[in-house]
Design a protein around this ligand. Sequence first.
Ligand code: CAA
Length: 258
Amino acid sequence: MAYKTLEVTKDGGVCTIKLNRPKALNALCNELTMELAEALAKLETDDAIGCVILTGSDKAFAAGADIKELQDKTFLGQYDHDVFGLYWEAVARFRKPIIAAVAGYALGGGCEIAMMCDFIIAGDNAKFGQPEINLGVMPGAGGTQRLTRAVGKSKAMDMCLTGRMMGAEEAERSGLVSRVVPVDELMETAMSAAKKIAHQSLPIAMMTKETINTSFETTLAQGIHFERRLFQAMFATNDQKEGMSAFTEKRTPHFTNK
Ligand code: CAA
């Protein structure tokens, strides 16, 4: 299906979703986030897809929520039609692995959407920030929570209170991104990581993702209990048998997602 604000392409088990509102630096208007939620819902049930890459342009991953759409909103307008919960959080709710490949600006909602992905690979020109305070508001799509968990209190306070941007190197040093590569190698690097993931057993990758995410929601003892149970459950899959047999037989495993 064709989207107005996204380019969606599929290649070898990987779907790349490119945010595509270049004139507005991929500002996250309602139409875009609605289309993004719709695209992800389709990919959730697409058996051919094992990993998704979310990306923007070389200049901007996304420069935040669309300020022009927001400026005249009222409290009830925001509350009644909670687009963050309805559409944006679809990225966080997505159950398959999803990588953010970020070049250029990832500001406000752009940084928040990137942080909803499982990990971020950054081009060396990436700039992350939560500049909402300059607009008389604060982050509203998880920035105060996810940024704090990613980089710690001091840096999250610094970013959200001053509104300053963080470059790619600082973002990697702080744990916000998993790797930084030259911007012209960004998509190749993201694709190579995504293909590696897409060739693994999908249910095992999904359970791994779910278990890591559980660590943010629970105590250490409960998280370890959850991990142990799912680890044990994995022994009911054919893919566990295949993965371990392939190792002992010195061959490449052929996972069937069963
Ligand atoms: N919303 C709407 N339009 C935006 C936008 C945004 N967040 N960011 C950029 N644009 C538009 C600009 O208005 C401009 O449009 P026109 O050509 O029609 O004037 C176009 O994109 C290009 O932008 P600039 O001319 O400003 O480009 P620049 O290279 O000079 O600056 C920038 C780039 C530093 C990213 C600057 O555009 C900027 O500061 N953008 C706003 C960043 C921001 O405040 N984001 C937070 C939004 S609020 C939010 O996200 C809330 C939340 O928590 C969910």
